[in-house]
Write a protein that binds this ligand. Structure first.
Ligand code: ADP
Length: 636
């Protein structure tokens, strides 16, 4: 028998592996050995250990951390810690702070080289179907707090391996009816002290900002703001930088101009066709998570205007990479370098790098802590349209950054409340959300300045046939974009309240971004705000909103189903033959939209899952995003 390293009597919370098993707390005798943490029944009178009740193999442990106690916790349960392994968290309560610290320290030390060690964890309990810290309702949901270092240990192995768009957490096992697509390697979180490389130039806007020069190295000093990190350049100068402009220095593919992070198949085809160069290529994330694809444009092969080929980068059992023929390389950059000179099985060699790096991504505000924009820095170029709050114009900020400027018609918005909210909205940053850059509030009318998307409103884009024969992949990719933007909003506990195709915009390469989130709360127009009003989005609302004005992420889910329907009907009006009163009546009695011709059964199933009568039976956006990705994977 393996030697005992630590032993103590702890209270253990039942793990409720079955949904029906009750939540209870029992005293157990815990023993830590070289291989496992085991817990036993014991005879408290005789102080003797009895039969083993369960154990966790040390090699399966992913995280050991304290758990914050709840208000009114009984004294015997004040010092909680969690041992997280593949079956979820095991909650244990020590008798004192010292004992808890001793166990956490020892366990961390023993599991620190485990291969699945987590970077994020939940600091509070999972209780009654919800994480008390972040309110996510999926037990497997990724943690919401980043560990300072990988279980107290930071190594090169923990550095980022070719980052990709973070995937939403895995849905609960109960709801998962078929195997999920493979997950990419978990992207470890960057940490203070690490060296990063600038992917883009950044010119300081406030005195607190630090200039970024593409390809130069910087040291990260502070990461307390989710969008702006404090950094030092090689001359010792310090200041704030947009965190999405840098990548970790070691081995990320982001260093290479041929790598287009977060680009999907149709976007790659669009970009390559626009460049129109024979042998133009890029490397992108494959729809198969964790894998990469080379997209190559060729003018040979007889198709007028040229065509795109997509080659998956394959991996051998030994971890080597190869493309069309079996020429093996130990890294992807070496493989690309080889094929820049040799076609070796492909339609041509990789002749020209086509990059999506021409335009830097949006930042949360133009500079650190900067949300009031000086209107003198804005130039107005043309009118884009008008909406609930008045005219929207396209313009430039400081003569070079494209922006959309909403000029808020006086009396159309409760401005003071909005201005407060804008500070929160500005912190929301996701590639599928239209970025709020700031506001001009020192004059009337006030302006809301946002990211500009050159293809305008999604509804018009769909209705005016701007896609020309949309493919199944294109339509689903639109839905995927929206689901990911919404999954981010959901993770921030932010409710949109008016999700619809008219509130989504399309950028130059066909990506969709959600806009106007939360704005409906500031509209001063009874026709819009009252559910009986003529402008209320009745067609996008679930029964609980129509009947009781109960908004939640689940009412956004309903609207997402309707929005998917708009996408698959290329912009038809939902329930077009019914008026608002008829819709309220019929939808509450179970009427649902029909299956659009372009949607197959699986796609329609997603829509109908969003229209479950009971809000809690609808999926979460995290689950939806995964399901949509899964379907896309099947299509490609
Ligand atoms: P409101 O929020 O006042 O109702 P909208 O957001 O509907 O206004 O904007 C009106 C029109 O302006 C939209 O239909 C769209 O065509 C255009 N527009 C708005 N914001 C942008 C933007 N960020 N980029 C490009 N076009 C935009």
């Amino acid at each position: 028998m393996s030697e005992t390293i630590l032993e103590d009597i702890f209270t253990k919370r039942s793990q409720q592996k079955k949904k029906t098993s009750p939540l209870n707390y029992k005293e157990r005798w815990f023993v830590l050995s070289q291989e496992k943490v085991a817990y036993y029944d014991f005879d408290s009178d005789k102080g003797k250990r009895k039969g083993m009740k369960g154990s966790v193999d040390l090699e399966k442990i992913k995280c050991v951390e304290m758990v914050q106690s709840e208000p009114n916790t009984p004294p015997e349960r004040l010092f909680a810690f969690q041992i997280v392994y593949d079956e979820g968290p095991l909650y244990v309560f020590a008798k004192s702070e010292d004992i808890r610290t001793q166990w956490i320290k020892k366990l961390k030390e023993m599991v620190r080289f485990n291969k699945d060690v987590m970077q994020k964890y939940h600091p509070c309990f999972w209780l009654d179907g919800v994480w008390l810290c972040c309110k996510q309702e999926v037990k497997q949901a990724m943690g919401c707090k980043v560990l300072d270092s990988k279980n107290g240990f930071s190594s090169n192995a923990s550095r980022r391996r070719g980052s990709r768009k973070p995937l939403p957490p895995t849905p609960t096992e109960e709801k998962c009816v078929r195997p999920l697509p493979p997950q990419p390697p978990e992207t470890p979180s960057p940490s203070v002290g690490m060296t990063v490389i600038a992917e883009y130039n950044f010119a300081p806007v406030t005195p607190q900002d630090l200039e970024l020069r593409k390809d130069e190295e910087y040291t990260i000093l502070e990461m307390s703001d989710q969008n702006w990190w404090k950094a030092r350049d090689k001359y010792g100068k310090e200041g704030y930088i947009p965190c999405n402009y840098v990548v970790e220095a070691e081995n990320g593919l982001e260093r290479f101009d041929w790598y287009s992070k977060n680009m999907n198949r149709s976007q790659a085809e669009n970009l390559l066709k626009t460049e129109n160069k024979d042998g133009g290529f890029l490397v992108r994330d494959s729809s198969k998570a964790g894998k990469y694809t080379v997209s190559l444009f060729t003018k040979s092969g007889g198709e007028t205007g040229g065509s795109c080929r997509h080659y998956n980068i394959c991996t051998t059992a030994e971890g080597q990479f190869y493309l069309a023929e079996r020429h093996f390389f130990s890294t992807i950059p070496e493989l690309i370098n080889y094929h820049q000179h040799n076609a070796a099985g492909m339609v041509s060699r990789l002749k020209y790098i086509v990059s999506n790096r021409a335009l830097p991504p949006s930042t949360a505000g133009f500079g650190y802590g900067e949300w009031e924009i000086d209107p003198h820095n804005l130039t107005f170029i043309k009118e884009l349209g008008s909406g609930q709050f008045g005219v929207v114009k396209y313009g430039k900020w400081q003569g070079q950054h494209d922006v959309a400027i909403k000029m808020i018609k006086e009396g159309s918005m409760s401005e003071d409340d909005f201005i407060e909210e804008a500070k929160i909205m500005m912190k929301l940053r996701h590639e599928n959300l239209v970025q709020l850059y700031g506001v001009c509030t020192k004059q009337r009318p006030i302006y809301i300045v946002t990211e500009f998307l050159s293809n305008g409103c999604l509804l018009t884009y769909l209705r005016e046939g701007l896609m020309q024969h949309p493919t199944a992949v294109q339509l689903l990719e639109m839905c995927k974009d929206i689901s990911e933007g919404m999954a981010y909003l959901e993770s921030q506990q932010y409710i949109h309240r008016d999700l619809a195709a008219r509130n989504c915009l399309v950028d130059g390469n066909g990506s969709i971004k959600v806009t106007d989130f939360g704005l409906s709360r500031y509209v001063l127009d009874d026709e819009y705000t009252s559910s009986a009003g003529s402008k209320f989005p009745v067609r996008w609302s679930p029964p609980e909103v129509l009947l009781f004005c109960k908004f939640s992420s689940k009412s956004d889910i309903w609207a997402y189903g309707i929005l998917m329907w708009e996408v698959y009907t290329l912009g038809r009006l939902p329930y077009e033959r019914l008026n608002n009163t008829e819709i309220v009546d019929q939808v509450s009695r179970g009427l649902r939209l029909f299956r659009p011709q372009l949607a197959n059964e699986k796609v329609y199933n997603i829509m109908t899952s969003c229209w479950m009568d009971k809000a809690d039976e609808r999926p979460t956006f995290q689950e939806l995003a995964l399901t949509v990705q899964d379907l896309l994977y099947e299509l490609q």
